[in-house]
Design a protein around this ligand. Structure first.
Ligand SMILES: [Zn+2]
Length: 218
């Protein structure tokens, strides 16, 4: 059961198409599993369409109609079938599927982050600089205490963690910024895997964790 949903401001940005590639992918991953947020997004898109219809029409150039008709009549350019080659990705626990939103992403193998902790960097063709990660933390382990210089969006793909504010399970979404100081602790019944988009930096309390995060680019 999903308990933590997308906030309205993110849904509005998604509807308007103004989210950058990394955050949009985390939001899309949540939408795949959440009918409630898909419904809210649909309502916002309808509201946006109504607002467009209410806009005062602009006067176009005298050639606008002729140019548009010519473009419609132009012979179509040959379109090559889009083939999505299998992407290199780290192995997942049995029964866990990749979100469809990650279809075009490749990912590094799992890399060591600390005892019981691994990470993988995702590469987005649309935005190679996007800081998008998979974090895999073992049962009963916790990420070091930290806050954020900007916004961190997280979608729980597998397992569950509690960060002092609440319990986040598979399908749940979280947005954390500099007002949130937390230490996600994974529940004792299995690994937790999260998809995270990091804008700015994660600000860990400990110097060692800060150094590790800087090496990884978090
Ligand atoms: Zn939702």
């Amino acid at each position: 059961m999903i308990r933590h949903h997308l906030p309205d401001d993110l849904l509005l940005s998604m509807a308007a198409g103004t989210l950058s590639a990394g955050p949009a992918l985390v939001v899309a991953s949540h939408l795949e599993t959440c009918a409630e947020c898909r419904g809210r997004l649909h309502s916002l898109e309808i509201a946006g369409g109504v607002m467009l219809e209410a806009l005062v029409p602009e006067t176009l150039s005298s050639q606008a109609l002729a140019k548009t008709l010519a473009a419609i009549d132009a012979p179509p350019r040959p379109v090559r079938a889009r083939v999505i080659a299998p992407r290199p990705r780290p192995p997942l626990p049995a029964g866990m599927a990749w979100p469809r939103a990650l279809e075009t992403c490749s990912a590094t193998p799992w890399r060591w982050l600390g005892p019981g902790m691994r990470w993988s960097r995702l590469m987005l063709p649309a935005d190679p600089k996007a800081k998008l990660f998979l974090l895999r933390i073992g049962a009963g382990m916790s990420l070091a205490p930290h806050t954020h210089s900007d916004c961190e969006l997280t979608q729980v793909l597998h397992g569950a963690f509690h960060d002092g504010r609440d319990l986040f399970g598979a399908g749940d979404f979280d947005a954390a910024d500099d007002t949130v100081h937390h230490q996600p602790m994974v529940q004792s019944d299995g690994d937790c895997i999260c998809l995270a988009s990091v804008e700015g930096r994660m600000r860990f309390d400990s110097r060692l964790a800060r150094t590790l995060a800087a090496l990884i680019g978090m």
